[in-house]
Design a protein around this ligand. Structure first.
Ligand code: GLU
Length: 470
């Protein structure tokens, strides 16, 4: 059977990196097996819909270079791929379950349900619908339907025994049936609940592997009972542990936590984000950290997904991003970094700008950082305490700076090559090397202790500016 997976986001906020990681796992399971990856929008809870969220989902998947085999933008044979457009399908299946005795009409009003909730509260018990409508007579049901009494359709759960869920990551999970509520499948507005639509669609769309957050693991008992009620084959389940925020808390789409788009806008490269995320909760068999999408597809194995939750660590993401920046072709890098670079360069020529940006290529962790890093080329410099302490740490530093100044004044044709020669001459003249040779001149000219190639940096700051700063 062809492997088919789906990413099934609800457009209730902006995709965070946890959602994206689930999508990556789904994509890799499909592609590893030469299968299809589907996109399905789960928007049955219209009250929680957030404007623009669907567009963000499309954009994110496109930027991460996912090939969507079927979805709202490229419908296959199982369309539509947006649940709100599939309303009629769910009703038919809900009625089939009523017919088979696995579901029933429930006419309880909000007031009646509130009273039940209140009673549960008084007894300090969690509220669970007591199943009273499952006992209604056929005549009573028909009469209510004839009189258009509003109803929902509920799943009839077994009251005894247990249901087994088999999961690739968590193994065999037993769920006590007595905790399963007769959940609503079809709401009074005719919309299905997420729990119902999800199962119907996974079946109709031929999904073979369901990959989703661990928070759905217990619910899966209910889904299995639905599959059994219909006589459908169950998919393989792969539940994945949560990605926690840097503060150790659950990420929230609504609060815009660790949003993919924010990271993208700050200059994190989508393949670096994908690479970082896939290793957050999955460990490859081989000893390798940087993976292209093709390598991931070749090496991914869902059996190596971790059971425990992982924590988002921006420093580690920056390490990955830096590797990807370093590995970019110069021309591509320049096009990319110019989108983030905001200093006023009206009085500079293009070569100067490109030269500046290129010397930072192997020093950047993310795009926007370029502005802070290159500040000393555009603004007056200010030494921090650490620099000041260093500058006063050795009396020879004054002589070194004087030697550089003299040499720089004498350069008739300012070039990287001429500056490199000056550095060598100062080295010999004063018999200094290492930190003493490089650090004082770097601090005096840029106000910073570290930076890219010294000769290139000095060249770009410019002869006049350096002499006056010295
Ligand atoms: N619509 C669900 C969500 O966004 C998807 C869960 C699933 O993949 O089954 O959390």
């Amino acid at each position: 059977m062809k492997t088919r997976t789906r990413f099934a986001p609800s457009p209730t906020g902006f995709m965070h990196i946890g959602n994206l990681r689930t999508a990556i796992f789904e994509y890799l399971v499909a592609k590893r097996n030469g299968g299809d990856f589907l996109l399905r929008i789960e928007d049955t809870d219209q009250t929680r819909k957030v404007d623009g969220a669907i567009e963000f989902i499309y954009k994110t998947l496109e930027l991460c270079d996912f090939k969507i085999d079927e979805g709202p933008m490229n419908e296959g044979e199982c369309g539509p791929y947006i649940q709100s457009e599939r309303k009629d399908i769910y009703k038919k299946y809900a009625l089939e379950l009523v017919e088979k005795g696995h579901a029933y009409y429930c006419f309880c009003t909000e007031e009646e349900l509130d009273a039940m909730r209140e009673r549960a509260n008084l007894r300090k018990k969690p509220f669970m619908y007591d199943g009273r409508c499952s006992k209604l007579s056929k005549e009573r049901i028909e009469e209510n339907l004839k009189n258009n009494v509003p109803y929902v359709i509920r799943q009839k759960m077994p009251k005894m025994g247990e249901t087994i869920v088999l999961d690739v990551v968590y193994g065999r999970v037993k769920i006590d049936n007595s905790i399963l509520e007769d959940q609503i499948l079809l709401k009074s507005d005719g919309f299905p609940t997420y729990n119902f639509a999800n199962v119907v669609d996974d079946h109709l769309m031929g999904i073979t592997h369901v990959i989703r957050g661990k928070e759905y693991l217990d619910q899966t008992a209910k889904y299995n009972l639905l599959y059994d009620a219909f006589g459908w084959e169950k998919p393989t389940y792969i539940h994945v542990a949560m990605v926690l925020g840097e503060d150790g808390n659950k990420l929230s789409k609504r609060n815009g936590d660790a949003s993919f788009m924010d990271l993208y806008n700050e200059g994190y490269l989508p393949p670096a984000i994908v690479n970082y995320l896939v290793l957050l909760g999955w460990s490859p068999e081989i000893n390798q950290e940087v993976f292209s999408m093709d390598e991931l597809i070749k090496n991914f194995d869902e059996k190596r997904i971790s059971k425990s939750s992982s924590q988002y660590d921006v420093k580690k993401l920056q390490w990955f991003n830096a590797q990807y920046i370093k590995n970019m072709e110069d021309q591509k890098y320049l096009e990319w970094i110019k989108k983030y670079f905001h200093h006023d360069v009206a009085d500079k020529n293009e070569d100067w700008v490109d030269h500046l940006l290129l010397i930072y290529k192997s020093h950047l962790s993310y795009g926007e950082q370029i502005n802070e890093e290159t500040k000393s080329f555009f603004e007056d410099i200010e030494m921090n305490e650490e620099c000041k302490v260093f500058m006063e740490s050795d009396p020879i530093i004054k002589d070194i700076l004087m030697a550089y100044k003299e040499e720089f004044i004498n350069i008739s044709s300012w070039s990287v090559d001429a500056i490199s020669k000056v550095i060598l001459r100062v080295k010999e003249k004063l018999n200094v090397k290492g930190k003493l040779l490089y650090m004082p001149i770097r601090i005096a000219s840029s106000g910073l202790m570290h930076g890219p190639e010294l000769a290139d940096t000095l060249y770009l700051i410019g002869q006049d500016k350096i002499i006056s700063r010295l």
